[in-house]
Design a protein around this ligand. Sequence first.
Ligand code: NAP
Length: 477
Amino acid sequence: MTEIRPLYLNGQWQTPGKPLDVINPSTGEVFAQVATVDRAGVKQAIDDAQAAWPGWRSLTGKQRGIYLRNIADSIERRANEIAKVITLENGKPLAQSRGEVGMSVDHLQWFAEEAKRTYGRVVPNQLPGKRHLVIKQPVGVVGAIAPWNFPLVLALRKVAPALAAGCPVVLKPASATPLSSVLLAEAIHEAELPAGVFQLVVGNAKEIGEEMFSNSNCRKVTFTGSTAVGHHLIKQSAENVTKLSLELGGNAPLIVFEDADIDLAAEGAIIAKFRNTGQSCIAANRIYVHQSIFDQFVAAFVEKAKALKIGDGLSEGVDIGPLVDEASLKAAIANIEDAKKQGAEIRCGGKRWGDSQGFFLEPTVLTGASENACCLREEVFAPIAPVLSFETEEEVIAKANDTQYGLAAYLFTQNLARAWRVAEALEAGTVGVNDTVPATSQCPFGGMKQSGLGRELGIEGMDAYLETKHISFAGIE
Ligand code: NAP
């Protein structure tokens, strides 16, 4: 039997409840177990975090920043080991896991600096004898719920700014990928954060969510995951008017105009679609190519897709790992079947790969799908790339925006005026112009429409964990 990895609660390593199996998606086998907590354990974790709050908030931003830098150093020292664990539990190629660890370190370093910059302001008075101050204060205990697709970096987009702002955090990772968070807890332990400031809970998602929203000590919940669960959390937040940040699903368009560098666009589309085996919230879900260059683009794109190496993420040179679980693989295959029924032609891929128990799908390129095909209406979360043609700029902007989602959008053009015009017209929180890797610690990230509420990263990412208070003085003669 595998060793049971403990949870980190009130500064102690604990194994309270029935262990959860962690499966390697490349083999379909259980390779580790993690302890869980029940609802009473979650309540205790929140209450202990609340008890730790006064001490943590009373530190200066500089002092909290030093803790964050020490966490970053600890993660950096163990980067290879942590990357391997990400690959084992998530399936992504090792090089991409290393990239995820690098970005996690960068987020911690950025928020370590931002901890010193939670500026308020002094506002000129309207009436004689008055003075007005606006100050920023930590919101309180934060419940952070993370997904499995980028298990370390998306947890840190919440944990790093919350800690920097002076808020204790109760982190719930996805059940498929809890080990990255155990390693994060080890780095936090090594950095000697005060007990209770960071709490790691794993267990029944519904129970953990219910406790976060009904416990008045939990002042904010920040969630990354599906729009369906996001809807549910919005309703739950009504009970205590719990503050809420949501990073939800996407359905990103990628537009290639007739004046684009076609090879650059095809390479960019490969990254935007197939990175993380298509399981990225900002993955290009619909690729629109001007009709005059359609055949040329599809030929270049298909050639590059066919060259991608599929396999166990731990093997050297692999570009495409498995999907996270059997259900995701079945859903992806159903999507391809639906597209075929809706008139799509398979240009490459289209079926399960390999003879192992792993959840692999060949990188798949489709053309000619009708607009009603599920792969165009819904977020696919698999290496399936539908390519469509368009005639005019106006038409493609309307098609790109014809979705409930608004997380990311991409366009390829060498015309500067068009780049500005189209970037401004697209309804998305992030627009990449000739750029399919837009996310960075310094800039806000989040969704319009049903892709979310609020922003992570950048100065906005820090503001999400701060309350704004106005202090008014009278009688200052
Ligand atoms: P999910 O099913 O919504 O799960 C996300 C997290 O929420 C997991 O930790 C899950 O726990 C938990 N959860 C599920 N039901 C819950 C409930 N009733 N109450 C509280 N927590 C609950 O999403 P997913 O399938 O893991 O992730 C994929 C989705 O995330 C995609 O839609 C993707 O676009 C989106 N995403 C968005 C962003 C962004 O920044 N906008 C980034 C990455 C991913 P369990 O694992 O225990 O079920």
